[in-house]
Design a protein around this ligand. Sequence first.
Ligand code: ZN
Length: 351
Amino acid sequence: MPQRDGRTAPVTGLRDRAADASAAVPMRRTLRAPIGCTGVGLHSGARISLRFLPAAPASGIVFRRTDLPGGPVEIPARWDHVVDTRLNTTLGIPGRRDAVIGTVEHVLAALAGMAVDDAVVELDGPEAPVMDGSAAPFVFLIECAGLVATGEPRQVIEVLRPVRVQESRAGESRPGESGAGEGDAFVALLPAASAGPVIEAEIDFPAAAVRRQMRSLRLTPASFKADLAAARTFGFVEDVEALRAAGLARGGSLKNAVVVAGARVLNEGGLRFADEFVRHKMLDIVGDLGLAGLPLAARVVARRPGHRLNNQVLRALFADPAAFRIVPATGIGVAKRAGAGGIASAAAAPA
Ligand SMILES: [Zn+2]
């Protein structure tokens, strides 16, 4: 456990039982040492290097592009820096068209999922490398680097009343993973009794290999690593041509995405989980909601979610100062709330 003088106190890796009981991550954490990898950008097809660097206490997650003329540009990993959610979550700086970083959600999922509060993510290209299409390679890097407590107490955003965003997708066809199937879609944040979020997600795609999948998970570093981190991004074979024609998915292949053709999964090794698709959507939720800036103490209920809705629900939350408060991580769960419902009650919650 973190020592009182904090900054260099080892957090005994990610097998630490206390750290796994997410509510009991009482101090902010950063990486013990820099670590990195190189891979292909899913949409640009460019070869990109990523480095995770330790960061100052309470500095949050900051992306840094090192390849732009005029020197490095830093973009805070925050919901109000999201500039595009069509095929992935892209961060940017208003007024600087070149200062964007795409496909940040799987990197953010690894950081949020493993309870890393402060880090710099350095990139020498326009998007994070896709690696195998999951968050597992980033979790591996974080574990290899190790984590240390920064000495700064951890705070969380406690959701006090339901916040819900929705969109009607009837008849709308959107290519790739960001398309969430047909019909109504919503993401809701509900008050929860514990510090770590509980995520309940449902997807429903026409493809027979996917169809309707539901899963719920209490998010801790251990559950994230075991149940979500390895779930890969996915796409449908009929969308691949359209994406390529639009100059997208140039780095996409069966090495970094599950590709579905009706009832078939085209990847040679098949799926990593029978319900890998809904698990990946939950991974995306962890990453996109990581842009809140602090961990969310909330029950997250999502039906046919996508990057846009994931960002919209944060915008709705922060637009309503009465919907949340910032409290120490250790202060959650004292006053327990009724937690009845699930997908049905969230569907009925006020918009
Ligand atoms: Zn994803």
